[in-house]
Design a protein around this ligand. Structure first.
Ligand code: NAP
Length: 256
C-alpha cells in the first residue's frame, strides 16, 4: 500500500523525460496512471509496462494536447478507465530549442501556435475538461510543469516563456477558484534537466554539448535529473503537501 494508493493520475507527455519519471514515481507510491503521449507510442507502452510491474494500473492514451477535442476525448477515456481522476500533471511541452530559438520577430505564426499550443492551450484544455470532474474528489491536485524561463524571460526563449507564463497564471487563478473544492494547484519550475529537450537545448547554448561534461559546473555536481523533478511533484501531491496550494517550486539547485 503506497501513500498514493487509491488515487488516479493523468500525466501528459509521460512517454519520455520528466513526464515518464513523474508517472513512475506516482505509480511507485501506489497511484494508477494514464500515460499520455503525442507520437511515441512504443515508448508510452514501455512506461505502461514498467508501471504495471509496480502492481498498479496504467493505460496509454494518445492525444496532442494542443488539440482541444483530443484533450476532451482523452479526459472522457481516462474517466471511463479509472472512474475518477484526482491528479492532473500538465507536463507535455515543447521547448524553444525545438524550433531553433527564433526571436519574437523572427518567429513565424506557425511556431507561435506550436509552442503556445503545447505549453499553454494544452493545460487550458486539460483543466477545462477535468476540473469539473475532479471537484467530486475529496482532495485533488493539479501540477503545472513550467520552467525557470519565467524568472528570466531570456532572449530567444520568448514563445516558450509566453506559454509558461500563461500556464502559471492559469495555475494561480485555479488555485483560488477551486480551493473550496479541495483542489491544490501548484507549479514546479525546472531549470536544465537531463532529457531529450535538455540535451537539444545545450547544443544551442555556449558550453559543452555533452550533458556529462556539464555536471561539474552544475549545482551539487550534477545536472538535474527527471527523478529530481518527480520527487518535487510527489511531495506536493502527497499527504506532506496537503496544506500547499498556489505555490511555485523552482527545482534548479538554487538558480546559480
Ligand atoms: P521531452 O524530453 O522533450 O519530452 C516531452 C514529452 O512531452 C514527451 O512525452 C512528448 O510526447 C510530450 N509532448 C510534447 N508535445 C506534446 C503534445 N502536443 N501533446 C502531448 N504530448 C506532447 O521534454 P522534457 O524535458 O521531459 O520536458 C517536460 C516538461 O518540462 C515540458 O513542459 C518542458 O517545458 C519542461 N521543462 C523541461 C526542462 C528541461 O531542461 N528538460 C526545463 C524546464 C522545463 P512524445 O514522446 O509522444 O513526443
Amino acid at each position: 500500500m503506497g501513500s498514493l494508493s487509491g488515487r488516479n493520475a493523468l500525466v501528459t507527455g509521460a512517454s519520455r523525460g520528466i513526464g515518464r519519471a513523474i508517472a513512475l514515481k506516482l505509480a511507485s507510491e501506489g497511484a494508477n496512471i494514464i500515460v499520455n503521449y503525442a507520437n511515441s507510442a512504443s515508448s508510452a507502452e514501455d512506461v505502461v509496462t514498467e508501471i504495471r510491474e509496480l502492481g498498479v494500473r496504467a493505460e496509454a492514451i494518445q492525444a496532442d494536447v494542443s488539440d482541444r477535442s483530443a484533450c476532451e476525448a482523452m479526459v472522457d477515456s481516462a474517466i471511463r478507465i479509472f472512474g475518477q481522476i484526482d491528479m492532473l500533471v500538465n507536463n507535455a511541452g515543447i521547448g524553444s530549442s525545438g524550433i531553433d530559438r527564433p526571436t519574437i520577430t523572427e518567429a513565424t505564426y506557425d511556431q507561435y501556435e506550436l509552442l503556445i499550443g503545447a505549453n499553454l492551450w494544452g493545460p487550458i484544455y486539460m483543466s477545462k475538461a477535468l476540473v469539473p470532474h475532479m471537484r467530486s474528489a475529496e482532495r485533488s491536485d493539479i501540477i503545472m510543469i513550467s520552467s525557470v524561463a519565467t524568472d528570466t524571460y531570456s532572449e530567444r526563449m520568448g514563445l516558450y516563456s509566453i506559454g509558461k507564463a500563461g500556464m502559471e497564471a492559469l495555475a494561480y487563478t485555479l488555485a483560488k477558484e477551486e480551493r473550496s473544492n479541495g483542489m491544490r494547484v501548484n507549479v514546479v519550475a525546472p531549470g536544465l534537466v537531463d532529457t531529450d529537450m535538455g540535451r537539444k537545448l545545450i547544443t544551442l547554448l555556449p558550453g559543452s554539448d555533452d550533458m556529462r561534461e556539464r555536471d561539474a559546473g552544475a549545482p551539487f555536481g550534477y545536472v538535474c535529473t527527471p527523478e529530481d523533478i518527480a520527487s518535487a511533484v510527489y511531495f506536493l501531491v502527497s499527504e506532506n503537501g496537503r496544506y500547499l496550494t498556489n505555490q511555485r517550486i523552482a527545482v534548479n539547485g538554487g538558480g546559480f
